[in-house]
Structure formats: structure tokens, C-alpha cells
Design a protein around this ligand. Structure first.
Ligand SMILES: Nc1ncnc2c1ncn2[C@@H]1O[C@H](COP(=O)(O)OP(=O)(O)OP(=O)(O)O)[C@@H](O)[C@H]1O
Length: 230
């Protein structure tokens, strides 16, 4: 599981995170909501090992991210805009980035990852420069799948996606979770969080104020709680 234990991050005299604790189990989708500056990205970056907490610790399968860099290979990251090579096709990007992560797949296996990520078949060999944002994200998911990541961290992955692409993205996330992948997602999209998430966290000024299971809350109730909280 992904586990944050009393994470604090201080920049000069300002806390970006204050005593943040959360867990994401395999097969769970944990959506972090909160206004700009609430600390969502900071949380994700600590799990990715990109920044060190001032105090507290982040664990992946009970191994501290700080102590053991190799544990980071069990996680993948999908940012708001997936960075890929525009002059390579989806298939070539997937081949390149999976090799970079130490994997060598035959073409057929790469195609299976693109299929699992729901990319339309006619796009596999087209250059990324012709892809929409949603299509790029699908290649990002295929890369995450090719790395056999047990956990995927996502930072505002549905921002800028049209409603159909968001729904498709939600379906893909749910499929990944059904296969045991744990997902920690920062988002501003309350409806999407209720639709995709199994757990929701609302953050304010670096603190996780509320955690709720989506089975116990409607989108309207979550919106009311969010407005009251922030
Ligand atoms: N390198 C830095 N130096 C100083 N302050 C920083 C730094 N990085 C982040 N912060 C501050 O930490 C706080 C949390 O930022 P963070 O990016 O985690 O918020 P967020 O919830 O992801 O916001 P957004 O929704 O805008 O992405 C903010 O107040 C931000 O200004």
C-alpha cells in the first residue's frame, strides 16, 4: 500500500503540508481534492521522491521512499500533460519509455498495453503531434502498465479533457483498480472524484480535513462538504 505518515513540508515559515496521513490500498482510487495551494502536488511529489518531507515519511509497500530509491520503480506517474516525443508514434513512445524503465517488449505486447489503455487502434502508428490530450494520456497509461506499476500517481489527469474523454479515463482507471492497481489522484473535479474514486480526501492549507468513502457520499453532498471545508 501507499502510506503517508504525518507528512510535513515547510518552505521557510510556511507549511505546504501539515501532519498529512493517508493510505491507498491495492485496488483503491484515492482522490485528493483541495483549492490551489492545498498541498496535493506536494503529497504526490513526496511519494515520487522528488521532494523530501521536512518530517514524517512516505512508504510504498512498507518501504520508505527516502531510504530505498528502487522502491520507486513500483510506481508510475501521470501528470496533467503527459510528456512524450511528438515526432514518435504512440507505439514508438511506449517502446522508448518502457525500455528506459528497463523493460523490453515485443510489438504484440506493446500493442496489448495500448489496447488496455483504450487507445484507438488506428492511432498506434501515428505521430504524437497528431494526438489529442486524452490520447496522450492513454499512451501515458500504457507506459505505466508496461512498467508493471503497482501504484499510479496522477496529478489533475482529467483537466482539459472533454466529458467523453473524462468518462473513458474514469473507466480505464476503474479497470486498473479492478486489476489491483492503487491510484492516488489529485483533482479539482468533484464529479469525477465521486465517479472514479473509492476514497476522497479534502485538503485545506496542507491538512487533510476530511476523508470519505464514495459509497457513502453523493456528488452533491461532497460538493457541499467541499465548499464548507475550503
Ligand atoms: N518550491 C516551493 N517553494 C515555496 N513554496 C512552495 C514550493 N512548492 C510549493 N510551494 C507551496 O506549497 C503549497 C502547496 O502547493 P501544492 O503545489 O502542493 O498545491 P496544490 O494543492 O497541488 O495546488 P494546485 O491545485 O494549484 O496544483 C503552496 O502554498 C505553494 O505555494
Amino acid at each position: 500500500m501507499l502510506q503517508a505518515k504525518k507528512l510535513c513540508k515547510r518552505y521557510d515559515d510556511k507549511f505546504a503540508l501539515k501532519d498529512l496521513s493517508l493510505t491507498v490500498n491495492p485496488g483503491e482510487i484515492f482522490c485528493l481534492l483541495g483549492q490551489n495551494g492545498a498541498g496535493k502536488t506536494t503529497t504526490i511529489n513526496i511519494f515520487l521522491g522528488l521532494i523530501a518531507p521536512t518530517s514524517g515519511e512516505a512508504f510504498i509497500n512498507d518501504v520508505s521512499v527516502l531510504d530505498n530509491k528502487s522502491i520507486r520503480s513500483s510506481i508510475a506517474y501521470i501528470p496533467e500533460t503527459v510528456q512524450l516525443y511528438s515526432n514518435l508514434s504512440g507505439l514508438e513512445n511506449l517502446d522508448f519509455f518502457s525500455r528506459l524503465a528497463g523493460f523490453k517488449y515485443q510489438k504484440e505486447a506493446l500493442i496489448q498495453f495500448l489496447k488496455q489503455a483504450n487507445l484507438q487502434e488506428e492511432s498506434y502508428t501515428k505521430k504524437l503531434s497528431t494526438y489529442s490530450k486524452g490520447m496522450r494520456q492513454k499512451v501515458g497509461i500504457a507506459v505505466a502498465l508496461s512498467k508493471n506499476a503497482s501504484y499510479i500517481l496522477m496529478d489533475e489527469p482529467t483537466s482539459g479533457l472533454d466529458p467523453k474523454a473524462s468518462v473513458e479515463f474514469a473507466k480505464t482507471c476503474k479497470k486498473l483498480a479492478a486489476n489491483g492497481v492503487g491510484i492516488l489522484m489529485a483533482t479539482h473535479d468533484i464529479f469525477n472524484a465521486v465517479n472514479i474514486g473509492s476514497k476522497i480526501g479534502i485538503m485545506k492549507e496542507g491538512t487533510l480535513i476530511h476523508t470519505a468513502k464514495t459509497e457513502n457520499i453523493t456528488a452533491q453532498e461532497l460538493q457541499d462538504l467541499y465548499i464548507k471545508t475550503i
